[in-house]
Design a protein around this ligand. Structure first.
Ligand SMILES: [Zn+2]
Length: 393
């Protein structure tokens, strides 16, 4: 009698990027029907039907920084006008009718899934996306974000953030928005909270040169933004330090931290961050940086230090799509010394490690269920302008 074999998808391609060590040529990845990796074999050691694909097989992508709730702002904000104009536009446009916001967020969640993203570190300022994230095929960590430059309002802002956090299922934490929107008192409340709560941290960092001007000598166009928003900053004292150098000592020491953007971060900032904490992760969102400031982070400065580097898409308010391949393509185009294998690790394993999802995601490893993507039109160990991502599992 014929024994019924369980269905075990088997894939081979020109290269398998695990991504640890060198890519494996013509290896076969065998999974169970849920996508758990059972084995990685040499081709001639594998029985049965193997799907032979052209290109490179890579793990599911980890998008370390997104704002799903801003998806309805796709193509609403002009490009290249700088961060202050961008922030003003987001504030003016973000609260359009809720149904449109929900629909856009739902579509964006599906878009990320189709683009091979399996996990996202997602910023929330509202409860809009709670259901979408709870029902998604993507694994989310929700960063409940706090903003408030007025010390007098810090207690209320913190209490509201705790309440908002309780709406989200899955992994969550409380985070400060950016150096220029969080008061010392709010940082202090977060510090106290982090002493007794595991609370993964992230903060927008040095996305614009104006942040450093504000902190170095209280100049630059953030002063216009505060005026526009009716925020009195008379008591704010610049310390002749960059924004990152000023706020690093205010951040809780116990937690892993993801600094996002780093477009205007200098070598001294990097060294200081490294000295203060060995749990610093850096996240680049190159297409958002080009969209808003038309500038890219000084990537080569981050390579010497062997830092934990990750990639994110930011939101559709400042990006044309939500696609990690597109982010990798931008970096490889502008920084020609980078290799595909390098940026792939940023887009997969490093992000999974930061989010604490690496027990199951981030690499093609026996026992994990990382998702599998095919990168097409792959040539000489890298992507080409024609490369696309096809989600296999
Ligand atoms: Zn952001």
């Amino acid at each position: 009698m014929h024994q019924l074999q369980p269905y075990m998808p088997k894939f081979t391609a020109d290269y398998i990027y695990t991504p640890k060590g060198s890519p494996l040529p013509n290896a076969v990845v065998v999974t169970d029907n849920e996508g758990k990796i059972l084995s990685i074999n040499r081709h001639n050691d594998t029985d049965g039907d193997v799907q032979r694909l052209k290109g490179a097989i890579v793990p599911g992508f980890i998008n370390a920084h997104c704002h799903l709730e801003l998806s309805h702002l796709h193509q609403q904000i002009p490009q290249g006008e700088g961060l202050i104009a961008f922030v003003k536009n987001v504030l003016a446009l973000r609260n359009i009718d809720e149904e449109a916001q929900l629909q856009a967020a739902e579509t964006a969640d599906k878009l990320m899934y189709q683009n091979g993203i399996v996990a996202v570190g997602d910023i929330s300022n509202t409860a809009l996306t709670t259901q979408i994230k709870a029902q998604s095929n993507i694994k989310y960590h929700t960063f409940v974000e706090m903003l408030g430059f007025d010390d007098g309002k810090a207690e209320t802002i913190f209490a509201n953030a705790l309440r908002l956090q309780s709406n989200f299922s899955g992994q969550t934490s409380l985070v400060p928005h950016a150096s220029y929107t969080v008061s010392k008192t709010l940082f202090a409340l977060l510090n106290t909270y982090c002493q007794t709560n595991a609370n993964l941290l992230t903060i927008h960092n040095q996305e614009s040169p104006q942040e450093n001007l504000l902190y170095q000598n209280k100049t630059g166009s953030f002063l216009d933004l505060y005026h526009y928003l009716g925020i009195n900053i008379d008591s704010f004292e610049p310390q002749n330090k960059t924004s990152l150098a000023t706020i690093l000592p205010l951040l809780p020491t116990q937690q892993k931290k993801l600094l996002v953007h780093n477009t205007f971060t200098n070598i001294a900032d990097i060294a200081l961050a490294n000295k203060i904490s060995d749990e610093i992760y850096w996240c680049f969102c190159p297409n958002a940086n080009l969209y808003i400031e038309n500038q890219l982070p000084p990537i080569p400065q981050f390579l010497d230090n062997n830092f934990n580097l990750t990639l994110g898409t930011d939101s559709l308010a400042s990006n044309h799509t939500l696609c990690m391949l597109t982010e990798m393509r931008t970096l490889l185009k502008h920084f020609t010394n980078l290799t595909f294998a390098q940026v792939l690790q940023w887009a997969t394993l490093n992000g999974a490690q930061f989010l604490g999802f690496d027990d199951n995601l981030g690499s093609i490893t026996v026992g994990k269920k990382p998702g599998l993507n095919l990168i097409t039109n792959f040539s000489n160990g890298s992507i080409t302008p024609q490369s696309e991502v096809v989600k296999l599992i």
